[in-house]
Structures are given as structure tokens and as C-alpha cells.
Unconditional design. Structure first.
Length: 99
């Protein structure tokens, strides 16, 4: 079952803008914080600072995500939990595309 990150983890996921085409989430994690399992459709990530996180998918596979301030990255639909395994806070904008 798909879990909306805003519903299951409002501490880390906030809606900045939503319309018929997109939903833009501001995602903020402090040092060593972790989210519950949740889902995202395909979309774009905009890095608001240097970033490193680990993502565990619903099959238990771990994927690393890295980005630098200002970079933009395409992402496919996913179910995962997010973990900031660093001692630095980070923020991203996640632009979820609606079909």
C-alpha cells in the first residue's frame, strides 16, 4: 500500500505547492534522523545544500543518494525509508509529477 510521506512523516515532509501537475515537498532532515516507509511518484529532486542519505526500499535493498547544492536529479517512483546517516542537517525540494 502506498504511504504518503506528508501523512506518515509530517516532521520531515511539508507541502510547499500543489496543483493539477505537481506537488512540491520541502524535505528536511536533522543529523541521524530517519523516516518511516513511504512512497513517491516519479519526479525531480533539487538539492538545497550538499546531501548524503541512505534509502532502504520495500525489499530491504539500500541505495545511497548524493547531491551538491543546486544540483537537480531525476527519480523514478519508489517506496522507501530515508535515513540521514551524517551529522549535518540537509534539505531538498522534491517535485512529484502527477499523471
Amino acid at each position: 500500500m502506498k504511504q504518503d510521506p506528508v501523512q506518515v512523516d509530517s516532521k520531515h515532509y511539508k507541502v510547499e505547492l500543489e496543483n493539477d501537475a505537481v506537488r512540491v515537498l520541502r524535505v528536511s532532515f536533522g543529523p541521524h534522523e530517519r523516516s518511516p516507509m513511504h512512497s513517491h511518484p516519479k519526479g525531480l529532486i533539487v538539492y538545497l545544500n550538499d546531501h548524503y542519505s541512505k534509502h532502504t526500499d520495500s525489499n530491504g535493498r539500500v541505495h545511497e543518494l548524493r547531491g551538491r547544492l543546486g544540483e537537480v536529479q531525476w527519480v523514478e517512483p519508489t517506496d522507501h525509508l530515508t535515513e540521514n546517516s551524517t551529522s549535518r542537517a540537509w534539505q531538498i525540494l522534491f517535485v512529484e509529477l502527477k499523471s
